[in-house]
Every structure is written in structure tokens, then in C-alpha cells.
Design a protein around this ligand. Structure first.
Ligand SMILES: [Zn+2]
Length: 284
């Protein structure tokens, strides 16, 4: 080893603790987009991924949502292996599906199944925005329809947690048709006396907001969730007006009567259990 290499090696050793120290904060802390505070990730986890300073709701995975809402060990997943096919041979779609699958450990953007909330049996579907923005293609539509049919057959209340960028453009018209399919399944569910609660979580846009997400008996949302059909910029360009700051926010939708309630993550399970008990009481 010459003198120059030796010097470089010493420098690397000298800088190593500083580099490690720089890496630790990112692994341990999360920066809150609501109040810009650094929040310990362990604190976030015990606080249901809600900022303890400002109440900002961080995005959570479908599995985490199920853990928070259903009774421990009660969840039974349905159609876990159902996945989509690239019927239009859309360029790079297969690679995108592969990447999303590897990143999330999921085969598609929704997890469906049955379980209990405070001992009450329910059918539940949860979308996961990490999987291609939880866009609704054939597999998402099929999984939701199968879940709704199961809820109809077994007379289970249905709870769907939505978070979606809308229809899956790579599947073209076959994606759009899922709006009609899910709504038709819900219509049959409703005709059989089914009780459906929709929970909108950040964000719910496009074809999902224009179909099953807004077709429930009771519609709830998490604070500050973005809910709308077209994006703000498209609307502003079309009507040539600037829109208010709270446009398409859950709070604004509630003001206009599109939502029944805005519910924090800490209160969600309690409220769902109460609504389910009220509905059960109505039937008996
Ligand atoms: Zn915050």
C-alpha cells in the first residue's frame, strides 16, 4: 500500500462514524409533511402512524390497516393469489406489475377477506396505494366483486377502505368496465339488505371515486384525505378559475354533504363497531 492509499484509508475510517450518524436519523425519524417535525418512527408506529404533534395521517399499507381494524388473528384472506394479465400487451406493464409485487409482497392492489370487528363478522377490502397507486384493473375489480358476492351470500356487512389513483390505464376499457361491475355487485348486495360502509383514505380519485367508493350506505373519510374525480390542475385549466385551498379535501366534501363523517384513525375501529352494532340491532 502506498502512502496515498494509506492516507485515503485513514480518512475513510475518520469519516465513518459521521456518515453512520447521518444515516441513523433517517432510519429512526420520519419527517411529518403536516408540521415538518421529526417524529420517532417507533412513536409513529404505536400512534397508528398519526403525527402526535399535528394529527397528520401518514399513509399505511393494507396489512397495517387490517391489523388496526380487525380483531387479532380473525382475518381470513380471499383470492390472495389472483393477479391480472397484460391483455393489451401494453409496453412495460409486466415490469411495472413485477416491481409493485416485489415492493409490496402483494399480487394486486387490494386485499380482501373476512374477519371480526369487536366480535362482529364482516367482509372487508383494503386498497394499498403502494401497488401502482391502487389503480383499479381487472384483478382489483374481480377481487372486489367476489368479496361483495361472498358478503351477499353470507349476509355479512361490507367495509371497503379505498385509496386509489383511479382506473388502470394499461388495461383500457377492461379497467373502466370494473366501475360498472363493482356497482352492479353492490346493487345486488343492497337489494338483499346488505349494509355497506365505505372509508375513503388519502387519496381516492378517478374511477374509484366515481364508482364503489361513493356508493355506500355510510361514507367515512380520514382527515384531510384528497377525494375527487379529475385533478385540481385539469379543472382549473378547464374552468379558468383558481380553486380554494381546501378543494377536494375531506373537510370540504363533508361541508357539501358528500361524506357522513371524518374519523381519525384512533377512533375508526370504535366507530365501525358501533355502526355495525346499530345495524345488527335494526335487523333483529
Ligand atoms: Zn405533524
Amino acid at each position: 500500500m502506498n502512502l496515498f492509499d494509506r492516507h485515503r484509508q485513514l480518512l475513510r475510517r475518520k469519516n465513518a462514524p459521521a456518515a453512520a450518524a447521518r444515516e441513523i436519523p433517517e432510519a429512526v425519524f420520519a419527517s411529518c409533511p403536516g408540521c415538518h417535525a421529526s417524529v420517532l418512527k417507533s412513536v409513529l408506529q404505536t400512534n397508528r402512524y398519526v403525527c402526535p404533534s399535528c394529527g397528520h395521517h401518514f399513509p399505511i399499507s393494507a396489512r397495517e390497516r387490517i391489523r388496526q381494524i380487525l380483531d387479532d388473528g380473525s382475518f381470513r384472506e380471499l383470492d390472495a393469489r389472483l393477479s391480472t394479465v397484460n391483455v393489451h400487451a401494453f409496453p412495460h406493464y409486466d415490469e411495472k406489475l413485477d416491481t409493485a409485487s416485489r415492493k409490496t409482497g402483494m399480487k394486486e392492489a387490494v386485499i380482501c377477506g373476512t374477519g371480526t370487528i369487536d366480535g362482529i363478522h364482516v367482509a372487508v377490502g383494503v386498497m394499498d396505494a403502494r401497488f401502482m397507486m391502487a389503480s383499479m384493473g381487472m384483478a382489483v375489480g374481480e377481487k372486489l366483486c367476489r368479496l361483495i358476492h361472498q358478503a351477499t351470500r353470507k349476509k355479512l356487512p361490507l367495509i371497503l377502505f379505498s385509496a386509489s389513483g383511479g382506473a388502470r390505464m394499461q388495461e383500457g376499457i377492461l379497467s373502466l368496465v370494473q366501475m360498472a361491475r363493482t356497482n352492479a355487485a353492490l346493487e345486488e348486495f343492497s337489494e338483499h339488505g346488505g349494509f355497506y360502509i365505505s372509508v375513503l383514505t388519502h387519496p381516492v380519485t378517478g374511477g374509484v371515486s366515481a364508482s364503489f367508493a361513493m356508493a355506500a350506505d355510510i361514507i367515512l373519510a380520514e382527515p384531510e384525505a384528497l377525494i375527487g374525480f379529475a385533478g385540481r390542475r385539469v379543472i382549473e385549466q378547464t374552468i379558468r378559475e383558481s380553486l380554494p385551498e381546501n378543494f377536494q379535501k375531506a373537510e370540504s366534501l363533508q361541508e357539501w354533504g358528500f361524506l357522513d363523517a371524518i374519523v381519525t384513525r384512533g377512533d375508526m375501529k370504535k366507530l365501525l363497531a358501533r355502526l355495525l352494532r346499530l345495524h345488527r340491532g335494526r335487523k333483529s
